[in-house]
Design a protein around this ligand. Structure first.
Ligand code: LLP
Length: 414
């Protein structure tokens, strides 16, 4: 369900007028709907039905403690890619036994911390990493559960920066070499090699390539089992993409998961999935205030107080985010570029966008900004990072304070 709607010309997120939040929390400010996040998580969880599974929320999409706690309390597992994400999940009360650790470059201290915490499984991406986990597990006097992340060589049909499942990408081990790797790996006494994992990309609008990857992984699992490997679980990658434009068509979470369950039926496997974007993406907006309007040549600019340092997706991936005025005025529309104060031509939030005429002081909501928004923000141009707010039913609270100038220089030495 879309949490954003106009009521008598005022834009609401769930039961709360966004103008109220902008007035009190200031701008730029990320605002998330707890209800939408939980609904999306539950849609995954319920779609699996009787298939044994864990939905491991991909922390990288939005790692705010308030959101992690919400999901931990709902019973979610977590997909982490760094020691920092592990720290956050544990701090938010996440269950270590439901944590999967992905990523191509795990360091000694990160693996140590994950072993100490007792995570569920390492999704291992190379043989040297396998050897390191084995050695560190030995030092801890335990066996570490691992799944090899295989690269199924499937084109995810998404932006090339976020496509991960072709052999030219840095991720996983070549699926055609996987059996040999498993055979060598079983000589490591401190590893429990019980799984296979894969991930082919993000913002996936078409489930077909995912199902092709799943089929390849399940074929591999059949072959490994025939060779006597006790493969107990399959990690089937990230979640669905989200509709950034009103006309974008995404399959439903339930039909996506049903297609997976169909393939998993009768195999006695525990399934994990690592959705991020589809849990938090549409649940959040970035609120920004119009500073100026200006015209140069035949270009009309709306200068706002949010910038590429707050939301880098338009600059980095040419991503489209819908923009809605927080107060509907019925003013005529015209074509504008919505730009921020950062000193780069690449600092834009929308290009050639038809927007109702807005005036300095008006508020805009940049939609579908809950995933890969704040987490990718920076202090570029010495801009303090934005505040974050969580809406729970008809109340809201700040879950991350706006940074101050002191925060900007913390840790620096003159
Ligand atoms: N698991 C792994 C191993 C991943 O690499 C990712 C995303 C996910 C799960 C979550 O995928 P999702 O359900 O969110 O599609 N910054 C980019 C997105 C990068 C995604 C990287 N990996 C963006 O703003 O579009």
């Amino acid at each position: 369900m879309n949490p954003i709607a106009y009521r008598e010309r005022a834009l609401f997120l769930d039961q709360v007028p966004l103008a109220d939040i902008a007035a009190k929390a200031g701008t730029p400010c990320y605002v998330y709907s707890a209800q939408a996040i939980l609904e999306n998580y539950r849609a995954y969880d319920e779609a699996f039905g009787s298939q044994p599974h864990t939905v491991c929320y991909a922390v990288k999409a939005n790692s705010n403690l308030g959101i992690l706690k919400l999901l931990a309390q709902a019973g979610a597992g977590f997909d982490i890619v760094s020691g920092g994400e592990l720290y956050r999940v544990l701090k938010a009360g996440g269950d270590p036994k439901k944590i999967v650790f992905s990523g191509v470059g795990k360091t000694v201290s990160e693996i140590d911390a994950a072993l100490t915490a007792g995570i569920y499984v390492f999704n291992c991406e190379s043989e040297p990493e396998l050897a390191l986990i084995d050695a560190l597990a030995h030092r801890h006097g335990i066996q570490a559960r691992v799944a090899m992340r295989v690269n199924p060589d499937v084109d995810a049909a998404t932006h090339h920066y976020i496509s991960t499942g072709r052999l030219a990408h840095k991720f996983g081990i070549d699926i055609s070499e996987a059996e040999a790797v498993y055979e060598r790996a079983c000589q490591n006494e401190n590893l429990l090699i019980e799984g296979v994992s894969c991930h082919i990309g993000s913002q996936l609008m078409n489930p077909e390539p995912v199902m092709e990857a799943v089929d390849r992984v399940l074929t591999l699992i059949d072959r490994l089992r025939m060779k006597g490997f006790d493969i107990r679980h399959a990690d089937l990658g990230g979640g669905l993409g989200v509709a950034y434009k009103p006309e974008d068509a995404t399959p439903t979470i339930s039909s996506f998961i049903a297609q997976m369950c169909e393939r998993l039926k009768g195999r006695g496997l525990h399934a994990t999935i690592e959705p991020g974007r589809s849990i938090v993406g549409a649940a959040g907006v970035l609120l920004t205030r119009v500073l100026y309007r200006k015209t140069t040549g035949d270009k009309n600019f709306v200068v706002v107080d949010a910038a590429m340092n707050d939301l880098i997706r338009p600059a980095l991936y040419s991503a489209y985010h819908d923009i809605l005025p927080v107060r509907e005025t019925g003013a005529p529309k015209s074509k504008v570029d919505v730009v921020g104060p950062v000193c780069e031509t690449g600092d834009f939030l929308a290009k050639d966008r038809e927007l109702p005429e807005v005036m300095p002081g008006d508020m805009l909501a940049i939609c579908t900004a809950g995933a890969y928004g704040f987490v990718q923000s920076s202090n570029y141009n010495s801009r303090p990072r934005a505040a974050e707010v969580l809406v729970e039913e008809n109340s809201w609270r700040v879950i991350r304070k706006r940074e101050t100038y002191e925060d900007l220089v913390r840790g620096e030495v003159e």
